[in-house]
Design a protein around this ligand. Structure first.
Ligand SMILES: *Cc1c(COP(=O)(O)O)cnc(C)c1O
Length: 393
């Protein structure tokens, strides 16, 4: 056979963040005292009341197929959430799809809107999966950049530089992985106006919507106007807000035509997300009091670690770090050392057993990403080792 592998298989790159995590875990398994900051998931367990609801569903035999777009009660609860908490209007369960993970939600949204040769503007630093997903849809990722000096946030003027006749979508992630930046309502309004003027979609990845600090609010661009709601596709899920990464439950909230297309795509690829897992998620939506209590606990811990990192990194000579406002990452700038982010990270792992992800994985060479979904002891130890490492450069 001449072409054993498809162009899709040949064109896609493996996830660099999972690779760092795997290398750190392998060193740990070999008995090394590694400080691993590669993880992209909360280090908390799923709240017990959510687990209980899932176990109950299993015991009751909720083990069969359900309609592909998800449990009707869960979709209805999510629609109510978007209306009540996020300020969307005139939507119902039919605008909501429950998918097997926030990542798959992004993929379905892109597959529903992007045709071969369509261009998608991806602001860097970006989450590693977007460019690969756009390529899988036959589309072309077009990158724009907003670094430390602009708080990692793009503006219409920056988007303008990448705009062509073929532009069909721009992807926004707020709060952001890897930068922790959160867009304000005013900043989003400017971007929404730009999207309206040029008639393009906004894919708004809101997976970190609940993880915000310093009193900031995670606003959805869909809530800005009726027109915005007609062109914003919201992807989110239960992984980060409820510490449910392994449950594989994502969501999509989209205009009618996109929601229908997503449901169709899902029905022909994976059918419904795991049935009994959706009963756990339903309980999370039905008991906002309990969910909030669990979330608050997680937020208090994340916030302490965030400030530890922010202060600790900025006290190391040669490193500067913006104050992240959301998610659980810090994205310091290491460019003063005059070496690339990949070299910096591999040297740091070799010499000090500290595992971090190079910024180049996210399209931002001057930075490196630390996850603070780890214990305070690990952060303390990691900062000490990093300081020693930097003092020798
Ligand atoms: C973690 C993450 C997701 C989705 O995670 P799932 O585990 O698939 O639910 C989506 N977008 C970003 C930016 C993420 O960091």
């Amino acid at each position: 056979m001449e072409n054993r592998l498809s162009t899709w298989a040949l064109n896609i790159s493996p996830s660099p963040t999972l690779a760092v995590d795997a290398k750190a875990k392998a060193l740990k398994a070999a008995g090394k005292d590694v400080c691993g900051f590669g993880a992209g998931e909360p280090d908390f367990d799923t709240p017990q009341f959510i687990k209980d609801a899932c176990v109950k569903a299993l015991a009751e035999g909720k083990t069969k197929y359900i309609p592909a777009p998800g449990l009707l009660e869960l979709r209805t609860a999510l629609a109510d959430y978007y209306i009540g908490k996020k300020g969307l209007k005139n939507i119902d369960f039919s605008n909501i799809i429950v998918s097997p993970g926030g990542k798959f939600s992004c993929y379905l949204a892109i597959m529903a809107a992007i045709s071969p040769n369509d261009e998608v503007i991806i602001p860097a630093p970006y989450w590693v999966s977007y460019p690969e997903m756009v390529k899988l849809a036959g589309g072309k990722p077009v990158f724009v950049y907003a670094g430390d000096e602009s708080d990692f946030k793009i503006t219409p003027a920056i988007l303008e530089t990448a705009l062509t006749e073929k532009t069909k979508m721009v992807i926004l992630t707020s709060p952001s992985n890897p930068t922790g930046a959160v867009y304000t309502r005013e900043e989003l309004k400017a971007i929404v106006d730009f999207a309206a003027k040029h008639d393009i979609y906004i894919l708004s990845d809101e997976i970190y919507e609940s993880l915000v600090y310093d009193g900031v609010e995670a606003v959805s661009p869909a809530s800005i106007s009726e027109d915005a709601q007609s062109r914003v596709i919201i992807t989110a899920g239960f992984s980060k807000s409820y510490a449910m990464t392994g449950w594989r439950l994502g969501t999509i909230c989209a205009p009618d035509d996109i929601a229908k297309a997503v449901a169709k795509l899902q029905s022909q690829t994976c059918s419904n997300a795991t049935t009994f897992a959706q009963y756990g998620a339903l309980e999370a939506m039905k008991r906002p009091d309990l969910a909030k209590e669990a979330l608050e606990k997680m937020l208090v811990a994340f916030d302490r670690r965030r400030l530890m990192f922010y202060n600790g990194l900025n006290s190391i000579k040669g490193i500067s770090c913006r104050r992240p406002k959301g998610a659980f990452y810090v994205f310091p700038n290491i460019s003063s050392f005059g070496m690339g982010s990949v070299d910096f990270c591999s040297k740091l792992l070799d010499e000090e057993l500290v595992a971090v992800v190079p910024g180049s994985a996210f399209g931002s060479e001057p930075n490196i990403r630390f996850s603070y979904a780890v214990s305070e002891e690990t952060i303390e130890k990691g900062l000490e080792r990093l300081a020693r490492f930097c003092s020798k450069l």
